[in-house]
Design a protein around this ligand. Sequence first.
Ligand code: C5P
Length: 305
Amino acid sequence: MLDEHTPRGPRRPLPPGAGVTSITRQAPAKINLYLEVLGRRPDGFHELITILQTLELCDEIGIALRPARNPDDVTLSLELPPGFGATIPTGADNLVVRAARALLHAAGLTGETGVELALTKCIPPGGGLGGGSSDAAAVLTGLNQLLGQPCDAAALSRLAAELGSDVPFFLTGGTALCRGRGEIVQALESPAPFPVTLLLPPFGVSTPSVYSALGAGRVAAGATQRTDPSLVHMRVPELEALFRNDLEPAARHVEARLTPLLDEPRVHLSGSGSTLFLFGVPSDAVRAECRRNSMRIVETQSKNR
Ligand code: C5P
């Protein structure tokens, strides 16, 4: 599929060590099991303590090498499932294109090696599920592997942090406690896989808008500075009891259409939204509210490393 649609320039040798020239990676979605905002930083970001968990729901990304046809030669083709209901840019602004260019640059291969990316989306964008960040992390690790590991783990983490606050987490996935603006990642032992139901609104919510609504004085009081939660023996009731998301009041403020469902018991906001989720299966009341609001229900489960 990668080769069918892309015109090729004159062939030049691929870089040494590039025995395998294409690879396919899965890029999982995430939910936040816990999100505490400690305050706004001078650089405009917010200092967080958050626990992230990857899910079985995933995008898929094909990565193929070719001789570069021009400097920064990275192209992206997209496949969206029927009814996906969102458009995604394929140009230089797309995070996966930026990830591939950053990796080529770090490897000293800009202008020598080109990259074809073929992204099959399942994770809705603008939903607080980290789809774009996960895709970017999959490109960093996949391309690094194809090129014979020119970047070590620390270099990959630095590139990931430059691309976005959640990208470093997705380099390993599973369950992790993340600090700073989210880029300082400490792996946690995962709970046994547990069911998660995602409630997907037909609209996204802009992350910067939600964070700036916090800036208007909506940061929750009572920071707990959680240090080393042990989730390994937790089941749904314990995870439910651990749950916290300080962005929820701000998300309700930015997008009032979230309020009726967030008012239902056990319905939570993932990250800055707009995706809502619950542990386990939805009640009839939640199903009815979803139908009324044209929200899609996706049943998935947590995915560990
Ligand atoms: O890092 P990322 O590109 O995902 O962040 C998107 C936006 O979300 C930032 O520009 C900022 O407005 C907000 N943000 C924040 N504090 C964080 C993470 C994100 O204010 N810790």
